[in-house]
Design a protein around this ligand. Structure first.
Ligand code: 7TS
Length: 421
């Protein structure tokens, strides 16, 4: 256990990636399911938490609990210091220029709704266009559709190929002065594709169009540098990053955040309120109405400490090796169709088996202690493109092992035995 304030010495690139040691940091990985060791291959839905995160949340409620930004008493000062410190950790994690560019939300879903409602209300009107890729999660589709319905704007879809890669030529042709925003997922949760977001941002910026990046699946698996990407908005959720549920982040460039109206109204986001005229607080508070999930934000800070210590470049390399191994093993099984075979992929192996429904695959895998997700993964347009209602999806994190991939393969073989195919 790491005490508050204790520094973590980052792993060096020469140290071998010690997955057994890492697994000991995650108490839940010792769970037995139906008499077998848990094989948790559902980290794209939510990652597991290391002890350091559980301890940080526990410590907050045990010894630090008070509201933030309003008390003059000792505990409130402690809570505020811890909370503000976590914002700075997020800033450094994303390499944002300013800590006020980090808006703390409840997750990617809220972050995107914030942009759609606030940026959208001011900058998007009738006849304007919103470009989204075919592989977006519903949370980067529906808020824009709601906005389009209200304003008369139009959502246009950037097409993909049969491997699940964005057609960049088509995308370039779709950029025009009516386009007021591009929304793109950095790593698809349904297909695993890593999109060339830097290139897509550069193409949009040539025409002065801002870009929102959905980083829900990318922030836990890649080093993200928002200044290098030059994205206008970047969103991620704490729970996919080994942090608590119910907290997330919206990064926005200062110039946009300054120009945008508040999203939610309430306490903390105002300077003064009267029935004649209310004035708003400065960034980031203008976008943070009400009491936040203070323990969650502090837990997110601890998760970032943990990832920094483990090092995302090493995590990415380890996970790539694991995904390549899993793709070779699962892809070689007869009757399997992989959904999403992009050249650049991370973390996710989606598949279907002949006529077996993915929910049946998931249920039989569960009997073997293997946890995967079966369904449309909140990416129904992508499912439709591939002509399937759903897939079975194994998703990997840096605490998974090759032995767990082997357990997945054995369990899939069992599914085929049950269905006699
Ligand atoms: N965007 C992407 C790419 C996602 O994968 C998810 C959640 C979200 C947005 C929404 O995140 P939230 O934290 O606001 O809910 N994806 C998944 C998944 O793949 N399985 O369960 C949730």
């Amino acid at each position: 256990m790491v005490a508050p304030g204790e520094s973590h010495s980052p792993e060096s690139s020469n140290t071998p990636f010690d997955v057994d040691r890492i697994r000991r940091d995650f108490p839940i990985l010792a769970t037995q399911v139906k008499g077998r060791p848990l094989v948790y291959l559902d980290s794209a839905a939510t990652a597991q938490r290391p002890q350091i995160v559980i301890d940080a949340v526990n410590r907050f409620y045990t010894a630090q609990n008070a509201n933030v930004h309003r008390g003059v008493h000792h505990l409130s000062e402690v809570a505020t210091r811890e909370f503000d410190g976590a914002r700075v950790k997020v800033q450094r994690f994303l390499n944002a220029a300013e800590s006020h560019e980090i808006i703390l939300t409840h997750g990617v879903t809220e972050s995107i709704n914030l942009v759609a409602n606030s940026y959208g209300a001011k900058f998007i009107g009738a006849g304007d266009e919103i470009l989204l890729t075919m592989m977006e999660h519903h949370s980067n589709i529906v808020p824009w559709q709601l906005l389009a319905e209200r304003t008369g704007a139009k959502v246009r879809v950037i097409p993909i190929n049969e491997r699940g890669e964005v057609l960049l030529d088509e995308y370039e042709k779709m950029l025009n002065p009516r386009v007021k925003i591009v929304g793109v997922v950095q790593i698809s949760n349904a297909l695993g594709t890593i999109n060339p977001v830097k290139q897509m941002i550069e193409l949009a910026h040539r025409q002065g169009i801002p870009v929102l990046v959905d980083g829900a699946q990318a922030a836990p698996h890649l080093n993200v540098d928002v200044q290098d990407l030059d994205c206008d908005f970047y969103a991620f959720s704490g729970h996919k990053l080994c942090g608590p549920t119910g907290v997330g982040v919206l990064y926005g460039k200062t110039s946009w955040l300054e120009a945008m109206p508040p999203f939610l109204g309430g306490g903390d986001m105002i300077l003064s309120v009267s029935f004649e005229k209310t004035t708003f607080n400065s960034l980031p508070y203008k976008f943070e109405a009400g009491t936040p999930d203070i323990a969650g934000v502090i837990g997110l800070g601890a998760a970032i400490d943990y990832l920094n210590q483990t090092r995302l470049d090493r995590i990415a390399a380890y996970e790539k090796d694991l995904l390549d191994y899993a793709t070779a093993q699962v892809g070689a099984l007869p009757g399997i169709r992989l959904i999403g075979t992009a050249a650049e992929k991370a973390g996710v192996l989606s598949f279907v088996i002949d006529e077996i429904h993915p929910h049946d695959i998931g249920t039989i895998l569960d009997q073997e202690g293997v946890a995967i997700r079966a369904g449309h993964h909140c990416a129904q347009p992508a499912m439709k493109f591939f002509g399937v209602p759903a897939t079975a999806r194994a998703s990997f994190a840096f605490y998974n092992t090759r032995a767990e991939v082997d357990a997945l393969v054995d369990a899939i073989t069992r599914v085929k035995q049950v269905f006699e195919i």
